[in-house]
Design a protein around this ligand. Sequence first.
Ligand code: PLP
Length: 221
Amino acid sequence: MTQPYQDIAQNYNAVRQTLAQNVELVVVSKTHDAATIQRVYDLGQRVFGENKVQELIAKQAELPDDIRWHLIGHLQTNKVKQIAEFIDTIQSVDSERVLTEINKQAERYNRTIRVLLQVKIAEEETKYGLEIHETKELFHRYLAGDFPHVQIDGLMGMASFTQDQAQLHKEFSMMKHLYDHLSAQSALTTLSMGMSGDYQTAIKCGATSVRIGSAIFGARS
Ligand SMILES: *Cc1c(COP(=O)(O)O)cnc(C)c1O
C-alpha cells in the first residue's frame, strides 16, 4: 500500500540523507500512480525508474517533461520503439538482440540512448541478465563501433534476495570487479546496484547509483 504523503516525504528525505553527494538516487515508482510520483517530484526528485513499458508510457504522458525516466525491467525487443523517443536510460539491457534494436530505434529518432548492461549476479535462476563473459563480449563490440547510437555508461545488477551480508558482498563485489575491468578499456560512470533492502551494502561495494522504491513508498501490494 502507498503510504500517506507525510511518510513518503519523510522517507524520501531520510534516504537522501544517507546517500553521499556522488551517489545517484533512482526512485522506483512502479505500481504508484502519477499523483503520488508528482509529490516526490515536488520534493526535487527528477530521476524515476519503472519496470514495465505500458506503465511507463502512461505515466510519462501525465508527468513533467524534465523527469529522466529509467527503464529497469526486462524489455522485449518489440517494445523498444514505444519508449525510444523519450527514455533517458535503459538499465536493463540483457541481450545483444535488445541492444541492436535500441541502437536501431535511437537512430530512427536521431538520438543516442544511454544504457547500462544488466549483469546476472544473483544465484537465483529467475533473474534476467548477461553472464560476465557475454557482458565483456557485448562491450567489446560496442567499443569496436557496432552500436553507434547507444552510449553504454555502465552496469546494472540485482543481488540475491537475501539478508546474508557475505553473499551480498560477494555478488556486489563481483560486479564492481567487472566494472573496473571494463572501465580500464573505456571510462564508465554508472554502477547501478542496490535496492531498498541492500543499498547500504551495495554502496560499500562501489555502487554509484541505487534504485529505491519500497523504502520511500512503503511495501508494494
Ligand atoms: C522494484 C525494483 C527495484 C526497487 O525495489 P525496492 O525493494 O522496492 O527498493 C529496484 N530494481 C529493480 C530492477 C526493480 O525491479
